[in-house]
Design a protein around this ligand. Sequence first.
Ligand code: NAI
Ligand code: MG
Length: 356
Amino acid sequence: KIHRIASIPGDGIGVDITEAAIQVLDTLSKTLGGFEFEFKTFDWSSRAYLERGWYMPPDGLDRLKEYDAIYFGAVGSPDVPDHISLWSLILPIRKALNQYVNIRPTRILPGTISPLTSCATSPTFLDWVIVRENSEGEYSGQGGISHEHSPNAVATEVSIFTQAGIERIMRFAFETARARPRKKLTMVTKSNAQRHGMVLWDKVFFDVAKEYPDVEIDKMLVDAMTVRMVLNPQSMDTIVATNLHADILSDLAAALSGSIGIASSSNLDPTRQNPSMFEPIHGSAPDIAGKGIANPVGAFWSAAEMVRWLGEGEAADGLMKAVENVTGAGIKTKDLGGDRNTREVTDAVCAEIERL
Ligand code: NAI
Ligand code: MG
């Protein structure tokens, strides 16, 4: 079976970690057999934008639809305003391809150290899945600015929440929670200060909850949630939050699990009418770009989630096992307290895959 993958390495360390992920995926298919990957690389990046004036060609989104999945590195450059790079590439892809679910799992990999280790009561004291609403809310792109470049400038950034949009993410979150051993869902909101969209979000949550009596639920305000994530991490399992809140909470979650360099992000179209997109949660990291020291673990975890989505569950488990054997053996990049570079960690993971 051939899985056709559109690869968009993007900028900065996105290029290094995409190359590493492709090497690992090729090793996986050669070692396990039964399936192959065919990669097509798209040079859609800030670098290319600065040269030619565009990120994606006009038919870019249609071209992506021809693939089974999309593997994305990162986009962003110090030479392009971040709202332009984000709105030229990753946000339009998520929206046009109906990727309304973003899944961000967090757990402590063997051999990595959480800054919360002092409150660790069991190896699973931090094991979360954050379900992020990925299509509307605070990142709707609605609003504008009047009296720009004057002392009277006024900007609005309008969040859009629809009943249908909230309902579908809630159902996905409840299904995710139900499929996990603890069957527990925590819903995050800010419905004390934001009195329209967030109140609707709360209401839909409790309505949908009636269909899932076997899932234990609770509700948090986002500010209190940051405290609970640090002080009582074992009290949560599956978490559902809006586009903005989950964006922030998942970076915190990644840091609490050891480094932002290990976390994965799956942008899913659950209807499977469009390809889904898999990427590490980190950005292009211009501060370490070109040094060959980026942690590729988040890229490997994202690759594993892609492989799982493509129906190769055993290969996905094998890849994660290989990654865990490598981190467990202390073969880690600097962000995790190790002294290895991207190449060394990648070669070690490939060697582990060959031993599976
Ligand atoms: P960032 O995630 O790129 O970096 C934050 C910090 O974490 C930096 O100190 C970086 O060196 C470190 N870091 C990140 N990934 C790492 C890895 N794999 N290994 C080791 N260290 C790692 O976030 P930042 O600095 O806020 O943004 C940089 C650029 O990336 C901006 O242009 C931003 O817009 C863009 N960005 C793009 C995203 C995407 O493509 N999905 C997501 C987040 C940011
Ligand atoms: Mg983010």
